[in-house]
Ligand binder design. Structure first.
Ligand SMILES: Cc1cc2nc3c(=O)[nH]c(=O)nc-3n(C[C@H](O)[C@H](O)[C@H](O)COP(=O)(O)OP(=O)(O)OC[C@H]3O[C@@H](n4cnc5c(N)ncnc54)[C@H](O)[C@@H]3O)c2cc1C
Length: 462
């Protein structure tokens, strides 16, 4: 079998790369070991309940211009529901709401932030001081923090313990999958600069209204249009290399020849697909074994009645960080999904203990859950959920193409772990896929970021 471009991996990076290759008129073949698309951002049928569950809630943000572009190309953008309000639990009071008001960015949250009862005036002044520093340093300024943790920045800006615990931690750990004291500062800084301060729409939360897997349904037909193929249930075993260039991919069903290969598998998988000869020919492949990982825990709970009254809820200061309303059935039973990022401390707990802890957090945040028990609990541990964006990680991230010192020209790399500047996100995955496709086709490439609002630019965010 042969193709113009062999794409290994049908996660978001692989889908993005293959679609852009197909748009250029070239024939891609996508090799995906599972029998479905989506990689880490997909759904499965729970054998116990028969329910189609997402392996974990996946949140898009308004600033994810490339992910939204991919959804648009796939024709599924209308399956994303936009939530302009973020709800923050503050029992026994009603949750605080953080939402953009009438002020232009970067001041759009001023009104609702000042009204948050979760934080004292002293906490709010500390947060405002740090936000001001983030704006004044601009995009280049955050790179000066490379190698230091975001915790060090919070310390340098005199954050109160409560501001850290109740405001900064829930945002940082959810976006970067590591707590502030572990994450390389620029990753977290980017979240606030580009996800909150730069544009009114940037922080809007997009949630899929259908199981994640259904978002990728149109991909197969789009590839077939140019004579491309999706080979599900086929595993790449190695990348064929003639000493200078790659010539295709060896799979469990034989060789798939290609003029170029785009690897869109995680770094540890790529490490196994490359021979020592390839590694010595291309420095992008030499440090894959040094990348560390950080786990995420997703927990599905069914309640006999509706307990969560907002579409989602941040649980500041609790072990469980987010709850999402996944719907209520005809009998009034609610499916709640809980997410715990940076979940290393949870990985050795059994499902019963996880259920107990998460339910205790639900009961803390949602008065209606007190005295109830969930009728079903399903926890999904993703031990290798994402790379760990620790200080030193940025230097390990390869680009799509070989660096100018040489490498294997027709081997392109994609995946959220590649050098997109983004934390481990669907947006990063799409960016990497678009960059890899552009390296093959000579056209396209990642989409532009949201434009920074004039007032934000004026105060230094550029
Ligand atoms: C629990 C969890 C929650 C998350 N929440 C969010 C969120 O809210 N928002 C967000 O933006 N991001 C989130 N992410 C991150 C997001 O899922 C990833 O960044 C993104 O899906 C990565 O896509 P990818 O294509 O780079 O890699 P993957 O999704 O890992 O895709 C790689 C594909 O390669 C396939 N593969 C591997 N080896 C082989 C082989 N030998 N042959 C053939 N195929 C192979 C795999 O089966 C997989 O389909 C979350 C991740 C996890 C795990």
């Amino acid at each position: 079998m042969s193709a113009d471009v062999v794409v290994i991996g049908g996660g978001i990076a692989g889908i993005a790369a293959a679609l852009r290759v197909a748009e250029s008129g070239r024939r891609p073949v996508v090799i995906e070991t599972r029998r479905k698309l989506g990689g880490r951002a997909t759904s499965f049928v729970d054998p116990r309940s028969g329910q189609v569950l997402d392996n974990c809630q996946h949140v898009a943000m308004g600033c994810c211009t490339n992910l939204l572009d991919l959804y648009r190309r796939l024709g599924v953008l209308e399956r994303i529901d936009w939530h302009p309000v973020t709800w923050w639990a503050h029992p026994p009071h009603e949750p605080d709401r953080l939402e953009a008001g009438w002020l232009p960015a970067p001041g759009q949250f001023t009104g609702s932030f000042l009204r948050m009862r979760l934080l004292t005036l002293k906490d709010k002044l500390a947060v405002a001081r740090a936000m001001w520093r983030l704006m004044r340093m601009g995009f280049a300024g955050r790179l000066a923090w490379r190698g230091r943790t975001f915790g060090a920045f919070l310390q340098a800006t005199g954050q109160t313990p409560r501001a850290r615990e109740m405001f900064w931690e829930p945002v940082v750990v959810s976006a970067c999958n590591l707590p502030s004291d572990q994450v390389d500062a620029p990753f977290a800084m980017q979240v606030f600069q580009e996800g909150f301060l730069g544009h009114r729409f940037a922080s809007a939360m997009g949630l899929s209204t259908v199981p994640l897997l259904q978002l990728y349904d149109p991909a197969e037909a789009m590839l077939a249009k140019v004579g491309g193929q999706l080979r599900l249930g086929v595993s790449a075993q190695s990348i064929a290399f003639d000493g200078r260039r790659v010539t295709g991919v060896v799979t469990d069903e034989g060789l798939v020849e290609g003029a170029a290969v785009i690897s869109a598998v995680p770094f540890d998988r790529l490490d196994r697909l490359c021979s020592p000869a390839m590694k010595s020919a291309d420095r992008r492949l030499q440090r894959l074994g040094e990348i560390q990982v950080s786990p995420i825990l997703g927990v599905h709970l069914n309640y006999p009645v509706r307990v969560l009254e907002t579409p989602h809820l941040v649980l500041p200061g609790r072990g469980t960080q987010w709850l999402f309303d996944k719907g209520t059935d005809g009998a009034g039973r609610q499916h709640v999904h809980a997410v715990i990022s940076g979940a290393a401390a949870w990985m050795d707990l059994d499902e019963a203990e996880i259920g107990r802890r998460v339910h205790a957090d639900v009961a803390w945040a949602c008065p209606r859950a007190a005295g109830l028990e969930p009728t079903e609990i399903r926890s999904v541990k993703e031990r290798r959920a994402t790379f760990a964006a620790v200080p030193g990680f940025a230097a390990l991230r390869p680009g799509a193409r070989p660096d100018p010192r040489g490498g294997i020209d027709n081997l392109l790399l994609a995946g959220d772990w590649c050098d997109t500047g983004w934390p481990a996100t669907m947006e990063g995955a799409v960016r990497s896929g678009y960059a890899a496709a552009a390296a093959v086709t000579g056209q396209g490439g990642p989409e532009a970021d949201l434009p920074v609002a004039p007032l934000a630019r004026l105060v230094g965010l550029r």
